[in-house]
Design a protein around this ligand. Structure first.
Ligand code: ANZ
Ligand code: ZN
Length: 807
């Protein structure tokens, strides 16, 4: 028999699959369907182990469901806009478009070498012009529906480079390129009204309960951050109100019942009252406030607490006492109303701030130690004394509403999504600025990017492309100017999974084919890294709801099930370029083959857990495939399920059949019952045990039946070798639905614990009739990888335990 040669087998089958278009979904909508999707990659240039893991998990599912007769959509594409392409342009003088598309070509080949069963006809890149076109159409529809608007906002700005910086480009408050201190500059930005959908996004998390990891549901819930409370205004004392032309300060509180504990009011440095008060402050105070505004929200949150006293008094709505106003760096400008009532006795932050500036601390809930942030009984609160906090909360809100001084409100931490980017390599925002008509949507879509741009890292290249900017107003046909902002790339990844459902033939006439969507959606299993738990998944859910509202689709939630894969580690830390601990998948595929790589990846850990890279485990995977290859010589070729005469079988053969059917049962449990997290590793070890058990018996029918089933079970994991052996021995159409032989599962064996140097390493099952020698042999094979020295003693406790003592 020839040697196992993964190179020949794998290239042969990959070629055949391509020729036969094996993995294209069928247009027959009467078939049961599965839509299996692994998150699409950013085309950085080469795949890494995280990709391999992500796509092997998805591929195992896709292949399994195909075996079971489902019509499977398993597509791949490229999230191809974004900053790295522009950085490459600056660094290597490559055009972002050329760089991106050559990366895609390279990565497509790498993925193909893993034997992944993607539909190639459905592939696209989000920078393709016919994707841009439809995205811009959706943008215009949202603009016209009032879901996109323009407003001023503070952005990170580098004065030296004259450019806006993303948060990631601000390092220790300085520009990543030139070290100039970054300032906050107010600029016009486009926003999409995700806050309009906050309640739906929150409520519909209930539909995903039990189908998405709880951790992800919690993260989304916290990100949306619903809180209810009281919104009311403090009046500004008369003399200042007249001077400033502002007569009140609105605040939001989730603890209205602590109203008598207020000892100051804190406002954000951006608050309009601060602007109005600036001329009355001294230089030192002004500088301190400017310093606060020049920090972005993220840095401010971790900074030391700081405040500036404004020297104005507010009037407490109930006690009529004077309350001082402070500007404080921990108050967010865009949450609630950008101002809060400080209750140091019952809030950590307020306590810290009050202690820092020696402000009064007034206890209004009975307690021993301050700050006390729990529920309790009110005190020092006039008519509310003695009430439990929860009841008092309602009563205080009622008082404010009755006296028309405030109202109960719901606030969300979620903010509208700023989608403008001042960069070249993105989807152009399809709007035109006309001096007569204002902002007008472009009617001739797509607006495509000009190729001839100068990318030098200074400012937005589109801004400097005067010819491209020049256009005619779609309304009045006079000269106008194009918008030069491009969209956040999260816009593209928010609907790519919808686009896949539309077959190529229909993609010119429509963005999303309704009939195809009705059939394919939602995505039955979505697989990706937990780093996308918030933004991408929230935006994709949001777009789904927007398109549903606009009548483009009928869908509440896009992803029925979500599997978040664990990280790939090496020596205990995340495998990453920056850590210099990368294992290159291409080398693995070359030396061991795609099947070994896939087997290792799915065997080394369950998909949701961290996976520690191990060369020896990879070699172990390779050895198993070699064994599978070599022992296949025992098969008696047939073109149907081999039939076994069960009467008179030896104990060993019975055990082998039992092991084989246990593996089959495991496979059905994992896939058909969608066992949480799909523990393929347990299926693989069952298959390994079954192969071992088959090897300890010599009935050729049992061999053949066992192989027939094992090749079926292993096909989603090691497709090349499984196909190869199946074709060789059973004709091509091996893979189908298998029935469990319950009789084979009945127990006629002993369970024996196997340890090495007293440490438990495995458990084996042996026939009740096995001799001591046979048991020792089976036991030794099961702990093979732990026996790295000579065995000095074999201890056998009959029917229970074997211990190997090493020298
Ligand atoms: C008085 C109070 C007393 C508060 C107390 C808390 C405890 P969540 O729950 O996250 O919604 N707050 C209001 N506006 C703010 C802003 N713009 N920036 C920072 N903090 C702000 O937070 C609501 C609470 O955060 C509000 O309730 C307010 O402080 C503060 F014992 O009001 B509270
Ligand atoms: Zn016009």
């Amino acid at each position: 028999m020839e040697e196992y040669n993964h190179k020949i087998i794998e290239s042969q089958w990959q070629k055949k699959w391509l020729e036969d278009k094996e993995f294209e979904p069928k247009e027959d909508f009467s078939l049961p369907k599965k839509y299996i999707l692994s998150m699409f990659p950013y085309p950085s240039g080469s795949i890494h182990m995280g990709h391999v893991r992500n796509y092997c998990i998805g591929d195992a599912l896709a292949r399994y469901y195909r075996q079971r007769g489902f019509n499977v959509l398993h597509p791949i594409g490229w999230d191809s806009f974004g900053m790295p392409a522009e950085n490459a342009a600056i660094k290597h003088r490559l055009h972002p478009k050329d760089w991106t598309y050559s990366n895609i070509d390279a990565m497509r080949k790498e993925l193909a070498s893993l034997g992944l069963s993607f539909s190639l006809e459905r592939e696209f890149a989000t920078s393709d012009e016919d994707y841009t076109r439809w995205e811009q159409e959706f943008f215009v529809k949202m603009w016209e529906a009032g879901l996109i608007y323009r407003k001023k906002a503070y952005l990170n700005w580098c004065e030296n480079d004259q450019t806006v910086l993303a948060n990631e480009q601000v390092i220790d408050g300085k520009c990543w390129r030139c070290d100039t201190p970054v300032v906050q500059k107010e600029m016009e930005q486009y926003y999409i009204k995700i806050t309009d959908f906050a309640e739906d996004l929150l409520q519909d998390l209930n539909l995903l309960e039990g189908k998405w990891p709880q951790q992800v549901l919690n993260m989304q819930k916290n990100w949306i951050g619903k809180s209810s409370g009281l919104q009311f205004a403090f009046e500004i004392e008369k003399k200042w109100a007249e001077k400033l032309g502002i007569d009140e300060v609105e605040v939001f509180t989730t603890r209205p019942e602590t109203i008598f504990g207020v000892s100051y009011c804190a406002i954000a440095p951006e608050h309009q009252l601060v602007q109005a008060m600036m001329p009355y402050l001294n230089k030192e105070e002004q500088d301190k406030i400017l310093e606060m505004t020049n920090m972005n929200a993220r840095s401010r949150a971790i900074a030391q607490k700081e405040g500036v006293k404004l020297g104005i008094s507010l009037i407490h709505p109930l006690s009529k006492e004077g309350i001082p106003v402070w500007v404080a760096n921990f108050v967010l400008a865009d949450y609630g109303s950008g101002a809060l009532m400080g209750v140091p006795a019952h809030d950590e932050r307020d306590y810290e701030f009050a202690s820092l500036y020696s402000l009064p601390i007034r206890k209004v809930i009975e307690c021993e130690d301050l700050p006390f942030c729990d529920e309790g009984i009110l005190c020092n609160s006039s008519t509310f004394d003695g009430l439990p906090t929860q009841e008092a909360r309602q009563k205080v809100i009622a008082w404010f509403e009755e006296h028309q001084k405030g109202r109960g409100v719901v606030n969300y931490r979620l903010k509208d999504w700023g989608i403008s980017r001042q960069r070249y390599w993105g989807t152009p925002i399809p709007l035109v600025h006309c001096s007569t008509c204002g902002i007008v949507p472009e009617s001739n879509l797509p607006v495509t990017l000009p190729y001839d741009v100068i990318i030098d890292g200074e400012g937005n290249p589109l801004q400097k492309h005067l010819e491209w900017k020049k256009c005619l107003c779609p309304k009045c046909h006079k000269e106008a100017v194009r918008e030069t902002d491009t969209m956040d790339t999260f816009m593209e990844s928010s609907w790519y999974f919808l686009r896949y459902t539309t077959p190529k033939a229909k993609r010119n006439e429509t963005a999303l084919d309704p009939q195809s969507m009705r059939y394919w959606l939602g995505v039955d299993e979505y697989i990706g890294g937990v780093e996308h738990a918030i933004l991408h998944l929230l935006y994709a859910r949001f777009w789904t709801k927007v398109l549903d509202r606009l009548g483009e689709i009928e869908l509440k939630e896009p992803f029925e099930h979500l599997l978040t894969q664990g990280m790939v580690l090496k020596d205990g830390v995340k495998m990453s370029k920056s850590k210099g601990n990368i294992v290159d998948p291409n080398g693995i595929v070359r030396d061991f083959g795609a099947d070994s790589a896939r087997l290792f990846i799915l065997f080394a850990a369950p998909p949701t857990k961290e996976l520690e890279w191990s060369d020896s485990a990879l070699e172990g995977a390779y050895r198993f495939l070699k064994r599978l290859w070599e022992r296949s010589k025992n098969i008696k070729p047939s073109d149907s399920i081999p039939c076994v005469q069960t009467q008179g079988l030896s104990q060993e053969s019975k055990l082998a059949r039992k092991k084989v059917y246990e593996a089959l049962k495991k496979s059905q449990e994992i896939f058909d019952k969608q066992m949480a997290g799909y523990p393929f590793n347990t299926l693989i070890s069952s298959c390994m045990e079954a192969l071992n058990a088959l090897s300890h018996q010599d009935n050729q029918e049992v061999w053949s039946e066992g192989y027939y089933i094992l090749l079926n079970l292993l096909e989603p994991i090691v497709p090349h070798l499984s196909h190869h052996l199946s074709e060789k021995y059973f004709g091509r159409k091996n893979f189908g639905i298998l029935e469990i032989d319950e009789g084979a599962l009945e127990d006629e064996s002993l369970h024996i614990v196997v340890s090495v140097n007293g440490k438990k390493r495995a458990e084996v099952e042996v026939p009740k009739t096995a001799s001591k020698e046979e048991i020792l042999l089976i036991a030794k094979e099961s702990v093979d990888k732990w026996i790295d020295k000579e065995v000095s003693k074999e201890i056998y406790v009959p029917s229970k335990l074997v211990n190997f003592v090493l020298k």
